[in-house]
Design a protein. Structure first.
Length: 325
């Protein structure tokens, strides 16, 4: 058999193998784009991102025996200007940059991602912990506990752990365990290793979460939340206790919220947050409405009202549009 014939046979054998591998792997481009007009709590009129805009590349490949490799790269941006979120303070792949393995035993990732607390707490806020007008969670939750005080070029990072290892267990009887941490010590005060854990329950109309997060500086956050769906109405409540290391500050937040679907297109939202910040009490009230033009495109209006104990009350309101793809 000459060389040309051997190459032809190899190509014929490789073709179905390549096709099978292609069928067992996938790459997706997804994202969430948001832009609106609003007046912030300082009274300044703005056109910009009210929620969060991001573009994500993700994928997985089957390795056989139920094992898969995964990756995820997520970039956060300001849609009004096209710039990266944070004006250069935050890394380009701010949202997530991980590679991992997934099987019947769960999913392990390595890289940069939301901690076990921050990756799931949003389910217990009517605005998904992602609205700078109406989300009390945005302003009050985990007040003293950034995941890293200095990781964004010296600025705090609220949410994500760099140089991390992340584990999500299979769901058993409605319970799912999430763990995160880093083998590296945090730069700056404390110099420890961060870690977090959360236990979720979701079955039928009831959901709940219990979580703990400690950053490398020694700040600690505890979080408990519950949610119940009754027909078209969902009620939710949560409690957060965050403490800065060496008794340098404490914040306790009690939140309640609700969403109600008027029809297939319209959803109403409301929430109240009460924060005990050291010796002061701060209140946050919010209202909102979403109108779905499609499954992916939503028009919305939001109102937020802050009432700090030591300062005058402040109000923010805005309207916007979001598109998921």
């Amino acid at each position: 058999m000459n060389t040309s014939t051997c190459l032809a046979v190899l190509c014929l054998l490789a073709a179905p193998l390549g096709s099978a591998l292609a069928q067992d792997s996938k790459v997706q481009i997804s994202g969430f784009l948001d832009l609106g007009m609003y007046r912030d709590f300082s009274g300044t009129a703005q056109l910009g991102t009210i929620q969060r805009s991001h573009v994500t590349f993700s994928g997985e490949e089957g390795l056989g025996g139920g094992l898969k490799t995964t990756f995820r790269l997520s970039h956060r941006l300001e849609l009004d200007s096209g710039q990266s979120e944070g004006s250069g303070q935050k890394p380009f792949w701010h949202g997530e940059s991980t590679v991992g393995l997934k099987g019947g035993w769960g999913h392990v990732r390595m890289g940069r991602a939301l901690s076990a607390l921050w990756a799931h707490d949003w389910k217990f806020d009517p605005w998904g912990h992602m609205n700078r007008v109406a989300s009390s969670a945005w302003y009050q939750w985990f007040y003293y506990v950034p995941t890293d005080r200095v990781s964004n070029n010296g600025a705090p990072e609220f949410g994500r752990t760099s140089n991390g290892i992340f584990y999500d267990s299979p769901t058993l009887g409605g319970f799912t365990l999430h763990l995160s941490g880093s083998p590296e010590r945090t730069q700056g005060p404390g110099g420890g290793k961060p870690y977090a854990a959360s236990l979720e329950y979701a079955q039928g109309p009831l959901a709940g979460m219990l979580a703990f997060d400690r950053n490398g500086s020694g700040d600690r956050a505890s979080f408990v939340a519950a949610k119940y769906r009754w027909g078209d109405t969902t009620l939710m409540t949560s409690y957060d206790d965050s403490r800065r290391a060496q008794n340098q500050g404490r914040s306790r937040v009690m939140s309640v919220g609700a969403t109600h679907k008027l029809d297939a297109q319209t959803t109403l939202k409301t929430g109240v947050g009460r924060q005990k910040l050291n010796d002061d009490t701060n209140l946050f009230y919010s209202l909102g409405a979403d109108y779905a033009l499609s499954k992916r495109t939503i028009l919305y209006a939001n109102l937020g009202h802050q009432r700090p104990e030591q300062k005058g009350s402040k109000t923010s309101f805005g309207v916007g549009m979001s598109h998921a793809f």
